[in-house]
Design a protein around this ligand. Structure first.
Ligand SMILES: *[C@@H]1O[C@H](CO)[C@@H](O)[C@H](O)[C@H]1NC(C)=O
Ligand SMILES: *[C@@H]1O[C@H](CO)[C@@H](O)[C@H](O)[C@H]1NC(C)=O
Ligand SMILES: *[C@@H]1O[C@H](CO)[C@@H](O)[C@H](O)[C@H]1NC(C)=O
Ligand SMILES: *[C@@H]1O[C@H](CO)[C@@H](O)[C@H](O)[C@H]1NC(C)=O
Ligand SMILES: *[C@@H]1O[C@H](CO)[C@@H](O)[C@H](O)[C@H]1NC(C)=O
Ligand SMILES: *[C@@H]1O[C@H](CO)[C@@H](O)[C@H](O)[C@H]1NC(C)=O
Ligand SMILES: *[C@@H]1O[C@H](CO)[C@@H](O)[C@H](O)[C@H]1NC(C)=O
Ligand SMILES: *[C@@H]1O[C@H](CO)[C@@H](O)[C@H](O)[C@H]1NC(C)=O
Ligand SMILES: *[C@@H]1O[C@H](CO)[C@@H](O)[C@H](O)[C@H]1NC(C)=O
Ligand SMILES: *[C@@H]1O[C@H](CO)[C@@H](O)[C@H](O)[C@H]1NC(C)=O
Ligand SMILES: *[C@@H]1O[C@H](CO)[C@@H](O)[C@H](O)[C@H]1NC(C)=O
Ligand SMILES: CC(=O)N[C@H]1CO[C@H](CO)[C@@H](O)[C@@H]1O
Length: 652
C-alpha cells in the first residue's frame, strides 16, 4: 500500500495538461562528460528492476567496514603517501625530516596518518564557507602549493564527510567529476552549477545545460517525482523528493539536474575505484516510528558509495547503496524478489541529509511566474503531506525490515524515515569518522553552524561549539550508543566563547591517553569573520556570485589563517596535527616545533562557564568590499518567510 504523499487526483488532472516535460533526457554529451557520479539509474528518477549480481545483495552486520571499503583502502592509503610527503616537506617542521619519516614508514601505510575532513551543516553558508576550506586543501587550486599554503591536504585524506549544507558541497563535487572548487567558480555566470543568485525557488536560468524555462522547471519537479510514484514497486514519495530534485539543478551539472544520477555510481568511476580521491560520506538521522523530536540517541545513518546504514548499536547494519529500493526482508532479498536500482538518486540523498529545508518547497507556489495549473498541482501535493511528515525522507521499502528486531527501531516498519543529519544536534558529521574500525587519526572539522542567537549574542549565526559538544555528549551520555567509539573531552558553549575557542582553530584530544579508547585528534575550524561577515542566515537561499565568492574566500583564509599572516606557524601546526597519532604509533619523539604548536592550539582542559559577554567577533583581516548593487532577491524577506515555515525546528 502506498502512503499518500502523492498528487491528489484533481491535482493530477491539472498537471497532465502542462507536463510536456522531458523527463529523463540526458544528452549523450553529458554521459561521456561527467565521470564521477553518472546516470546509472535504469529508468531516470524512477527506481526499476535490474539483474541481480551473482551474489544476491543482502544486509550485513556492522561489526567491520565493508569488504569493498577494505579493498578500496588498499589502493587509497598508498595513494595518499606522495601528496602527504609533498605537503609535509613544504611545511618543513623545524627539526624534523618529514620526507625521511614518510619514506621509512611508507611500506606500512597503517603507520602513517589517516586523515578525514568533515563539513558541517548550515545551508549555503556552510556549503560556501566549506568550499573555501576545501579549495585551500586542494593542490589543484592555483597557488595552494606555495609556502604556507595547505594544498595537498585533500589529496592526503582518506575520508570526506558532509551533512546538510556540507553534504551539498561534498555531494556536488563528487557528482561533478571531483571538480575543484576553483574550476566550478571560475566559470562565473556561465557555470552550470552553484549559480546561487537564482534561488531554488526560481530555478536555473535557461541556457547551457538547462533547457527548461521557469514554468517548465516547476512542472518538471512535479512530473519527474511522479515517475517514481508511478513506478511499479512500493515506493512512496515525500517532500524530500521535490526538494532533492530542486537542489539538483544547483548542484548536479546535467540536464534537468541529472534525474538518473545515483550516489552509488561514484563507486564505478575509474578514479575513485583506483583510490585517487577520498571516500565521500553523507549523513542523515533516523526518525524512529512515532518520534517527533530527534534526540541525541537517534540512529545516525551514513551514505557512502558502497553502503547505506549505521554503526550505531540500534541498527548496526548496512545495505548496498546501489540496491536501495529492493525489498529486503530479515536481512535477505527473498528469491522471488527482483533487485531494484535507481532509488539512490544523488539529489535525493543530498536532500535526505538536508531535509530540514524540505519546507522550502511549500514556498514555491508563492513565486511569480508559476503557472496557475502548476500551483494547483503543487497545492494538491502539499495538502496531502501531513505536517508531522514534512521533514522526512521516505525510504520505502525499508531495507532493514526484520533486521535485528530487538534493537532496530524500524525493524517492524515497511518504511524507513530519515531526516536532516543535523537535527540531532550533531551538526558536524563525526559519527562515521570516529568508528574505531575506520582508524581515523585526525579529523579536520569545519563548523559553519549558526548557533549564536540574540539577545544573548548580538551577532547571530556564528558557531559556539554546540555541534561538537553534542557529539561529545553522545559519547559519554549513553554507553549503549557509545558502542566502542571515543571522543575527546569538549567544554561547554560558555567556555567556547569565553576562551575564544569558537573564534580560532582549536585542537581537541591532543593527549591520546586521556580518552577511553582510540580517539582521533580533532582540528576544529569554526567559521569566523576573516575577510567577510560569513554569518549569513541558514535559510538565505540567494547569493550573487560576488557574495558566494566572498564566502569562499573567507573559508580559504580561515583554513590558511590568512596564508599564515595571522600566525606564521599555522601550516607547521597543521602538519603536527596530521602527524600526532602517527608519532604515537611509531614511537617517534614529538619535535619541539610541534610541542610549541600543541601549546598554542590544544585545548588544555581549562573551563570558564560563566555567562559570556555578547559575542561580537571583529574582522581578522582586511574586509572584502562587495560592489554595491541590488541583489536579485531581498534575502531578509524570503528568509523571514522560510523561518516561519520551518519554525519548530532548530535552525542549523
Ligand atoms: C574529469 O577529471 C579528470 C581528472 O581527474 C580529467 O582528466 C577529465 O578531463 C575530467 N573530465 C571533465 C569532463 O572535466
Ligand atoms: C605497521 O604499523 C602499525 C602501526 O605502527 C604496527 O602496529 C604494525 O605492526 C606494522 N606492521 C608491520 C608489518 O610492520
Ligand atoms: C523479525 O521479525 C519478523 C516479523 O516480526 C520475523 O518474521 C523474523 O523472523 C524476525 N527475525 C528474527 C531474526 O528473529
Ligand atoms: C549557543 O548556541 C545554542 C544553539 O543555538 C544556543 O542555544 C545557546 O544559547 C548558545 N550559547 C551561547 C553561550 O552562545
Ligand atoms: C541509550 O540509548 C539506547 C539506545 O538508543 C536507548 O534505548 C536508551 O533509552 C538510551 N538511554 C538514555 C538514558 O538515553
Ligand atoms: C556494538 O554494538 C553491537 C550491537 O549491539 C555489539 O554486538 C557490539 O559488541 C558493540 N561493540 C562494542 C565495542 O561495544
Ligand atoms: C595525558 O593524559 C594522561 C591520562 O589522563 C595523563 O596521565 C598524562 O599526564 C597526560 N599527559 C599530558 C602531557 O598532559
Ligand atoms: C591568501 O591566498 C589566497 C590565494 O592565493 C588569496 O585569495 C587570499 O586573498 C590570500 N589572503 C590574504 C589574507 O592575503
Ligand atoms: C582529560 O580527561 C578528563 C576526564 O575525561 C577531562 O575532564 C579533561 O577535560 C581532559 N583533558 C583534556 C585536555 O582533554
Ligand atoms: C571567565 O569569563 C568571564 C566572561 O567572559 C570573564 O569576565 C572572566 O574574567 C573569566 N574568568 C577567568 C578566570 O578567566
Ligand atoms: C551581491 O550581494 C551583496 C550582498 O548582498 C551586495 O552587497 C552586492 O551589492 C551584490 N552585488 C551585485 C552585483 O548584485
Ligand atoms: C531510539 C531510541 O532509543 N530512542 C530513545 C532516545 O531517548 C529517548 C529519551 O531520552 C527515548 O524516549 C527514546 O526512545
Amino acid at each position: 500500500m502506498k502512503v499518500s504523499y502523492l498528487l491528489t487526483a484533481s491535482a493530477l488532472s491539472c498537471l497532465t495538461s502542462t507536463s510536456a516535460i522531458p523527463e529523463t533526457e540526458v544528452p549523450s554529451k553529458s554521459l561521456a562528460k561527467w565521470k564521477r557520479a553518472s546516470p546509472e539509474a535504469p529508468n531516470g528518477y524512477a527506481p526499476a528492476d535490474v539483474d541481480c549480481p551473482s551474489t544476491r545483495p543482502s544486509i550485513r552486520v556492522a561489526s567491520d567496514i565493508s569488504d569493498q571499503e577494505k579493498t578500496w583502502l588498499q589502493k587509497r592509503r598508498p595513494n595518499t603517501v606522495e601528496p602527504m610527503k609533498t605537503l609535509l616537506n613544504r611545511i618543513a617542521i623545524a627539526g624534523f625530516d618529514a620526507g625521511a619519516y614518510i619514506d621509512n614508514h611508507k611500506s606500512n601505510t597503517s603507520a602513517l596518518p589517516n586523515i578525514a575532513i568533515a563539513f558541517s551543516g548550515g545551508g549555503y553558508r556552510a556549503m560556501t564557507n566549506g568550499a573555501g576550506v576545501l579549495s585551500a586543501f586542494d593542490s589543484r587550486t592555483p597557488n595552494a602549493e606555495t609556502t604556507g599554503q595547505l594544498g595537498g591536504l585533500l589529496q592526503s585524506a582518506t575520508y570526506i564527510a558532509g551533512l546538510s549544507g556540507g553534504g551539498w558541497l561534498v555531494g556536488s563535487v563528487y557528482t561533478n567529476n571531483f571538480s575543484s572548487v576553483q574550476s566550478i567558480i571560475d566559470k562565473n555566470a556561465d557555470g552550470d552549477i552553484w549559480q546561487l543568485g537564482r534561488s531554488i525557488l526560481q530555478g536555473p536560468k535557461e541556457g547551457g545545460l538547462q533547457i527548461l524555462n521557469t514554468a517548465d522547471y516547476y512542472s518538471s519537479l512535479i512530473s519527474i517525482v511522479k515517475t517514481k510514484e508511478d513506478a511499479p514497486g512500493p515506493f512512496n514519495t515525500s517532500l524530500t523528493d521535490y526538494w532533492g530534485r530542486a537542489l539538483s539543478f544547483q548542484l548536479v551539472a546535467a540536464t534537468d539536474g541529472g534525474p538518473g544520477y545515483t550516489f552509488s555510481s561514484i563507486q564505478d568511476d575509474d578514479d575513485f575505484k583506483n583510490g585517487n580521491a577520498p571516500m565521500p560520506i553523507l549523513l542523515a538521522d533516523e526518525r524512529a516510528p512515532g518520534e517527533k523530536i530527534i534526540s541525541l540517541n537517534a540512529t545516525n545513518i551514513e551514505f557512502n558509495p558502497f553502503e547505506t546504514g549505521s554503526f550505531d548499536p540500534t541498527l548496526y547494519g548496512f545495505a548496498p547503496t546501489k540496491y536501495l529500493g529492493s525489498s529486503f526482508v530479515n536481512g535477505q532479498l527473498p528469491d522471488n524478489s527482483k533487485c531494484v536500482a535507481g532509488f539512490d538518486n544523488v539529489g535525493f540523498v543530498m536532500g535526505t541529509s538536508s531535509s530540514l529545508f524540505n519546507t522550502i518547497v511549500t514556498q514555491l507556489d508563492a513565486q511569480d511566474g508559476v503557472p496557475a495549473l502548476v500551483k494547483t498541482a503543487l497545492n494538491g501535493v502539499l495538502s496531502t503531506i501531513s505536517q508531522d511528515d514534512d521533514d522526512i525522507a521516505d525510504y520505502t521499502p525499508n531495507p532493514f525490515l526484520g533486521f535485528r528486531n530487538d534493537t532496530n527501531p524500524s525493524a517492524k516498519n515497511d518504511r524507513l524515515t530519515l531526516v536532516d543529519g543535523g537535527l540531532d544536534g550533531q551538526n558536524i558529521p563525526f559519527n562515521p569518522l570516529i568508528q574505531p574500525v575506520r582508524e581515523v587519526d585526525v579529523i579536520f572539522a569545519i563548523d559553519s553552524s549558526g548557533d549564536t542567537v540574540p539577545p544573548t549574542d548580538s551577532m547571530q549565526n556564528w558557531p559556539n561549539g554546540t555541534a561538537i559538544i553534542a557529539t561529545y555528549a553522545r559519547s559519554v551520555g549513553n554507553t549503549t550508543m557509545q558502542n566502542g567509539t571515543s571522543f575527546p573531552s569538549i567544554p561547554d558553549a560558555n567556555t567556547f566563547i569565553n576562551l575564544g575557542l569558537n573564534n580560532r582553530p582549536t585542537f581537541f584530544g591532543c593527549n591520546a591517553t586521556n580518552t577511553t579508547g582510540p580517539t582521533p585528534l580533532i582540528v576544529y575550524l569554526p567559521n569566523a569573520p576573516y575577510v567577510y561577515n560569513s554569518n549569513t542566515a541558514t535559510l538565505q537561499l540567494s547569493y550573487n556570485n560576488t557574495q558566494r565568492d566572498a564566502m569562499i574566500e573567507n573559508g580559504y583564509n580561515m583554513a590558511t589563517q590568512g596564508n599564515g599572516t595571522i600566525d606564521s606557524k599555522w601550516a607547521t601546526c597543521v602538519g603536527c596535527a596530521m602527524l600526532s597519532r602517527s608519532f604515537d604509533r611509531t614511537g617517534t619523539t614529538v619535535p619541539d616545533a610541534c610541542k610549541d604548536c600543541f601549546k598554542s592550539y590544544c585545548w588544555d582542559g581549562t573551563v570558564n562557564s560563566t555567562t559570556p559577554a555578547p559575542y561580537f567577533p571583529t574582522m581578522k583581516l582586511t574586509e572584502l568590499k562587495l560592489a554595491s548593487g541590488v541583489a536579485h532577491f531581498a534575502p531578509s524577506v524570503l528568509t523571514f518567510a522560510l523561518a516561519a515555515a520551518v519554525s519548530g525546528h532548530f535552525l542549523f
